[in-house]
Design a protein around this ligand. Structure first.
Ligand code: SF4
Length: 186
């Protein structure tokens, strides 16, 4: 680049999308959707010993309209499914989802008609964190994976990925009782 050659190390150039993604990566505002024990573990992640603010993600708002990272923690019963979908829909794009703990990822040991067997049949999940409950380090690792995703994915890529998710959901809709074409999620 000519300008960098002329001015040496005093400046650097980048792309707007890279700068925006870098800012997003370090300012994620989580929306904790905690229903059971995993959410208790999350409190430790927020406390001083593990300190999520080192990653710029300490601003818990409990308000979907101010958040961009949904953290789902705890057993999700079928009764909670419409609530989860609504809160997800109320979050503005771009938004990301972490499925935290065995219950959220797959129903865990609750192989029951009353428990949702994995939230990725309801909303698009970006990162899965295993464990029952996951250790705080696993929460942090999951957040770092989200940061990597935020950094490298353009909004167009993300749009394509989400559209693919809903297409797939429509294909498997016969396995669920839910209406995948729910307009609130589009
Ligand atoms: S994964 Fe384990 S710790 Fe987490 S909510 Fe389920 S039962 Fe509780």
């Amino acid at each position: 680049m000519g300008i960098e050659k002329a001015l040496g190390d005093t400046i650097f150039t980048t792309q707007l999308s890279k700068a925006v993604n870098w800012a997003r990566k370090w300012s994620l505002w989580p929306m904790p959707f905690g229903t059971a024990c995993c959410a208790i573990e999350f409190m430790a992640v927020q406390a001083s010993h593990f300190d999520l603010s080192r990653f710029g993600a300490e601003a818990m708002r409990f308000s979907p309209r101010q958040s961009d990272l949904m953290m789902v923690m705890g057993t999700i019963t079928r009764k909670m499914v419409p609530v989860l979908r609504k809160i997800y829909a109320q979050m503005a794009e771009p938004k990301w989802v972490m499925a935290i703990g065995a219950c959220v990822c797959s129903g865990g040991f609750f192989r029951s008609y009353a428990v949702q067997q994995g939230i990725d049949r309801i909303i698009p999940v970006d990162v899965y964190v295993n464990g029952c409950p996951p250790r705080p380090e696993a929460f942090i690792k999951g957040l770092m994976e989200i940061q990597k995703l935020v950094e490298r994915e353009s909004l167009l890529d993300r749009k394509r990925r989400i559209e693919e998710f809903y297409k797939r959901l429509e294909q498997i809709s016969h396995e669920t009782d839910y209406e995948p074409a729910d307009q609130i999620l589009r």
